[in-house]
Design a protein around this ligand. Sequence first.
Ligand SMILES: [Zn+2]
Ligand SMILES: [Zn+2]
Ligand SMILES: [Zn+2]
Length: 271
Amino acid sequence: MDGGGCRTSYHYNFFVKNGCRVYYDGIPDIIQVGRHQFIERRVIELWINSMLVSWTSATNCACLYNLSLAQGKIPPADWSFNFSLTSDHVWIAFIILTLLEDLHARNQTLVVQHAGAHKDRFTDAIRARNIRFRLYNQPELRHYCDRCLRLYGDGATARKVWAVVIDGVTIGHPCCAIHNCHVPLTNNQHRFCPRHAVTHDKICSIVGCNEPATEGHRVCSIPSHQAVEKTHRERGQARFQLKDRLRRARMAHPNDSLAEDGSQVVGDRNQ
Ligand SMILES: [Zn+2]
Ligand SMILES: [Zn+2]
Ligand SMILES: [Zn+2]
């Protein structure tokens, strides 16, 4: 019997109505990160800054908290939980605070599903934020000029090429290998999203080759394509990476980050 009530349950940071968790307006000074765990906003900001400034992992943030802030305090014997934090608490705190700050700046409210697994609760909100950020918050994406863009061909066949200078360390986020596909990967080790994996996992990975891939391989039976896969596998092994580091270490001018003539220097010294 509902008795005409509002059917809303109120919690410290949010209320629950119709299966949705609606966070209150504003950014609270204390954020609930678990059933019995509440964290001060200052502590969460300390974790976020530790991650940004000194590459501290969530596990180490929790460890630092337990060692230096919690200082071994133990709850009464009849409590069913203890005071120690885990990396999950740190990540949940990180996600809730950053989502609240992002939405607050735009006069919006954080609304998530109340039921379901905790790990999935904020996924849709994070995805919506990431899509918006990709579309509207990267003005440099629309930049081009004569120095960084080369045009090849004319009219409909014209191709644009942007040159990028990097130091050999590339950091990307795992995504489907089909250009501009935004369907998330089931597993970060996968090459294609579930939609494209059905067809493309069975085709040779060499660009322009449509032969079926051989069992247990990413390429077809053509020997030159198999050689490419062999080199690709070797690249992932330590020996290959160490060889590359050795070549860089032997460069005549280690301050110069341009490594392209490294092999020449090694060759000269070996003569
Ligand atoms: Zn430019
Ligand atoms: Zn895809
Ligand atoms: Zn092939």
